[in-house]
Write a protein that binds this ligand. Structure first.
Ligand SMILES: [Zn+2]
Length: 141
């Protein structure tokens, strides 16, 4: 997200900001308004584009054994599994805090409205893993 470079939460240990949010943060958080374009950090194949538990609406791209995930994105997905995307291509937009219609969503805000995974407000959660081991994205990008 070219105009959004502030990181509100870094990779690693933290105190959990909301119910069910992990106390080991497996990525970095970059706040941005809903609708902000998200550009692929790596080329690869889309392997997941759906509501995915604590990550909320999530897009995951596989580049060999490296997986990059973009969480809490808009439920209006711009890519679908099996599609090849280029680095720098718009692959999603930042999602709203609240999303509706996902029956497997247990995450709610203080007003009991369903949230876009474990989130307290619109932001991109960006994660990198090598196979199943999460790595600090700032060591890559
Ligand atoms: Zn996060």
């Amino acid at each position: 997200m070219p105009n959004h470079k502030k990181i509100s939460s870094y990779f690693g240990k933290r105190s959990s900001p909301t119910a069910y949010a992990s106390s080991f943060h497996k990525g970095i958080d970059i706040p941005a308004p809903p609708g902000t374009n998200i550009y692929a950090a790596m080329s690869g194949i889309v392997v997941l584009a759906k509501f995915n538990g604590s990550g909320g609406c999530t897009v995951t791209i596989q580049s060999g054994n490296i997986y990059t995930s973009y969480c809490h994105v808009s439920p209006n997905f711009l890519v679908s599994p099996g599609v090849y995307v280029e680095k720098g291509q718009i692959i999603a937009q930042v999602g709203p805090k609240n999303v509706y219609g996902f029956s497997d969503n247990k995450y709610k805000d203080n007003n009991d409205n369903p949230t876009n995974g474990a989130t307290t407000g619109p932001h991109l959660h960006f994660a990198v893993r090598e196979d199943s081991t999460y790595l600090n994205p700032l060591n890559f990008f």
